[in-house]
Unconditional design. Structure first.
Length: 751
């Protein structure tokens, strides 16, 4: 798996834009009219206040409590970076909050408490209990974290869960169950060495012991070495509980003949010599963040038989609590749990382990750009597995119900599973799918406009993110100056720059172009000008000669003009079946609008062709296409001469035996709204449309831009489809990210 490359500047820019930090708060009720105001606030708000005061459990009905979790830290053990203080921990806590939302649709807010005093900390958290449905404690160092969690659990009536302890323990247990399964060893027989006797370490070893690991087979070590019976230095009661009778004094001693190494300590704590001394088929979970105790490369260099996991997303086998806390809380919140108990944790671990052993569906493989099969490099589900949301919380909720932790049991588990599926935003997995496919394709993408700083930044990002090779068309000195002015001087040697006038292939390109255009009024001088001076034509020629795999252009000139130039080299016109399809992503929905680029005023045959290309793009994005032909009338009313072609287009498709749903003509609300569709029971659409074929390019442009400007929708495209080679034409207003997205579409051959 390629390592994701980013610079310190990338990390800072990510956190600074579009606004400082990683999330904002949004209202879920209308706040427009005087009436809204009187209901949301005084006087209407008094009614739920009184109800809750009389019956506290109704807070789950009238407030956001039931789906709100606080991520609370004092910053004393921020990842493996040590004590960075409360404020220094805020980026991590904001990060956990957005992970809650992204993976389990749990609303979450970060709270950083500026105290290392256990009493002050506990008081603050306890007092804010009414606000939340659960408390996720994070990055608080041991041993204070044990006291804090224990006390808050006793004092509060909502789940209090220290993620570094139990989240880590649950994922570690899930991964270990599967790793042992693969190496044919049993938990009760294996010799386990744990390095790091803090929050994560103590919880991991305790859970593994509960699951069958034998006390005398487990050696725990910390900065002072092995925790043996009788040791006095650097001890506390939680460490003492795991002290064993042993002659081993150092980690090195302990690792000899060990079957399992678990690291929740610090970067580089393990050497290759230690790994070499382990038993046959060793298992190493080097979980320190952001850098592991030993890298998988280093471990496997000396022990190719090792199964290795880390806490990072850029290696196989990510054993990270991100796989646990979102789903544990989802399940706990949905039963209005009083606590997250051991049974709920074990159910979570077992459900995760079981999921990894199952066949990975194609949609997951597509999202990862590779087939994942249970084995040494896939012992635990990947964090973006869309099955997690409907497989893990039900297991947690059921265990909570079975053990009396539920205040409100779930009656219909099947309906619950369905409701969990509906929580997830499908657009995220689509974007991820494009990313992963581009990464797997490793395409050489030519960026035609090397004289534009946005394009250069996108090209650098494309290559540095490991998607493949970026080639820019431009003059070396100009590109160098531009990169330097963007603070990307170090990218000068990385990116290949091709100067059209100087390339060795110019004569070949010119003769190819002359052959195509000699009977269209172009003479030799025109051909030279086009091939050597026009970067759109030149870049197209590179693509036509397989000197690149994909092309991105259009950021500096109007799309229609660029398309005309590309047509000198490729058959990318309406007559040849080219179509522009734009993806509009908004509020968890995605619709494709076509034709947004090529056909000015399509007739019914063109419209059928546009539908076919639109459906093709939908399928390549993992959607089941449902095409609607749009108009301002629905099934013949009101009658209009201009709209009639939209009702003829389905007739054209009827004769073509296509394999997707289509219907029309209809207005856009009927197309998109299941309720509105009920008025037309004869309609062949089985649900809201996701491909909208519009009557003309002007209506396409108006719809897309209106959504973008008024609703703030994310727009990807127009995706040029129906052309032999992957070419994408960006709108001139594109940002760096838009251009990068277009490059990824081209690279992954969507369209
Ligand atoms: N992958 C994942 O999901 C997770 C990973 N982690 C990682 O685990 C690590 C520990 O986190 P946490 O338990 O919260 O922190 P704590 O501060 O509570 O505990 C750290 C423990 O590690 C020990 N330690 C530190 N450096 C070394 C070293 N070089 N050799 C041996 N022992 C060492 C400390 O020893 P002593 O007691 O002597 O000070 C202490 O016992 C961090 O790197 C963190 O990122 C944590 C949670 C989840
Ligand atoms: C993953 C995590 O919680 C940590 O490293 O602290
Ligand atoms: Mg943590």
């Amino acid at each position: 798996m390629a390592k994701t490359k980013y610079t310190r500047e990338d990390a800072l820019t990510f956190h600074m834009h579009p606004t400082p930090g990683k999330f904002e708060v949004q209202a879920t009720v209308p706040m427009t009219t005087q009436r809204d105001l009187s209901l949301a606030y005084s006087p209407g708000v008094a009614v739920p206040c009184e109800e809750i005061a009389a019956a506290p459990e109704t807070a789950y009905d009238y407030t956001n409590k039931g789906n709100l979790v606080a991520v609370i830290s004092n910053g004393t053990a921020v990842l493996g970076l040590g004590n960075l203080g409360a404020l220094g921990s805020k980026p991590v806590m904001e990060g956990k909050a957005v992970l809650f939302k992204r993976f389990a649709d749990v609303n979450s807010i970060d709270i950083e408490l500026d105290t290392e005093d256990v009493d002050a900390f506990c008081n603050a958290v306890r007092l804010m209990g009414p606000t939340f449905g659960g408390i996720n404690l994070e990055d608080i160092k041991a041993p204070e974290c044990f006291i804090i969690e224990q006390r808050l659990k006793e004092e509060m009536d909502i789940p209090v869960f220290h993620d570094d302890q139990h989240g880590t323990a649950v994922i570690c247990a899930a991964g270990l169950l599967n790793a042992l399964h693969l190496s044919g060893k049993k938990i009760e027989d294996v010799k386990i060495v744990l390095n790091g006797a803090g929050a994560a370490g103590i919880a991991c070893i305790e859970l593994l012991k509960r699951m069958g690991a034998r006390h005398e087979n487990c050696i725990v070590a910390d900065t002072k070495g092995v925790i043996y019976q009788g040791r006095t230095e650097g001890m506390n009661q939680w460490k003492s509980a795991h002290a064993v009778k042993t002659d081993a004094r150092t980690l090195e001693d302990a690792m000899k003949d060990a079957d399992v190494f678990l690291g929740v300590s610090a970067k580089g704590a393990v050497t290759q010599a230690m790994v070499e001394s382990m038993a046959k088929d060793p298992i190493l979970f080097a979980m320190a963040n952001p850098d592991p105790e030993i890298t998988p490369e280093d471990a496997q260099a000396v022990r190719p038989d090792a199964i290795v996991a880390t806490g990072r997303s850029d290696y196989p086998n990510q054993v990270n609590n991100v796989l646990g806390f979102p789903y544990l809380f989802r399940g706990a919140l949905d039963i209005h749990a009083r606590a997250i108990n051991d049974e709920m944790k074990i159910a979570c671990a077992e459900a995760l382990a079981e999921l990894a052993r199952e066949d990975v569906p194609d949609e997951v493989a597509m999202a990862y750009g590779q087939k994942l099969t249970f084995g040494r490099d896939y012992i635990i589900p990947t964090p973006f597995d869309p099955r997690l949301i409907y497989r893990i919380p039900p297991a947690v909720a059921k265990a909570g119900m079975d053990t009396g932790a539920a205040r409100r049991p779930i009656i219909d588990m099947e309906a619950y599973r369905e409701s969990l599926k509906a929580r997830m935003d499908p657009t995220a997995s689509i974007l991820r799918g494009i990313n992963a496919r581009a990464r797997a394709a490793q395409s050489r993408v030519v960026f035609a406009e090397g004289d534009d700083n946005r394009v250069l930044r996108a090209a650098v990002a494309y290559q540095r993110n490991g998607f493949g090779k970026a080639v820019v068309v431009g003059r070396d000195q100009d590109v160098e100056a531009r990169l330097k002015s963007e603070g990307l001087g170090d990218a000068v040697g990385e990116i290949e720059v091709i100067n059209a006038a100087k390339t060795e292939h110019l004569e070949t390109y010119k003769s190819f172009l002359y052959n195509r255009l000699q009977r269209s009024g172009f003479d030799a001088a025109d051909i030279h000008r086009l091939a050597a001076r026009d970067r759109h034509v030149f870049a197209s020629l590179m693509l036509a000669h397989d000197h690149a795999d994909a092309l991105v252009t259009g950021a500096t000139r109007k799309s229609a003009h660029v398309l005309k130039l590309i047509n000198h080299v490729f058959d990318a016109s309406a007559e040849h079946g080219a179509v522009g399809v734009t993806a509009v992503l908004h509020k968890g929905r995605i619709v494709l609008i076509a034709d947004t680029l090529v056909h000015e005023w399509p007739d019914e045959n063109d419209l059928a062709q546009i539908a076919i290309q639109g459906a093709k793009v939908a399928k390549s994005l993992g959607l089941e296409p449902r095409v609607a032909f749009l108009s301002f009338s629905t099934f013949g009313y009101p009658v209009s001469e201009r709209a009639v072609k939209m009702s003829w287009a389905p007739d054209v498709l009827d004769k073509m035996n296509v394999d997707f749903e289509y219907e029309g003509e209809m207005t856009v609300d009927v197309a998109l709204n299941a309720k509105a569709q009920e008025a037309y029971p004869f309609s062949r659409l089985t649900g809201p449309a996701n491909v909208l074929v519009v009557p003309a390019r002007h209506s396409a442009s108006i719809s897309v831009k209106l959504m973008q400007e008024m609703a703030g929708a994310t727009v990807i495209g127009p995706i040029l489809t129906g052309v032999d080679r992957p070419i994408q034409i960006c709108p001139t207003v594109s940002s760096v990210n838009d251009i990068l997205n277009m490059a990824l579409l081209a690279a992954s051959k969507v369209g």
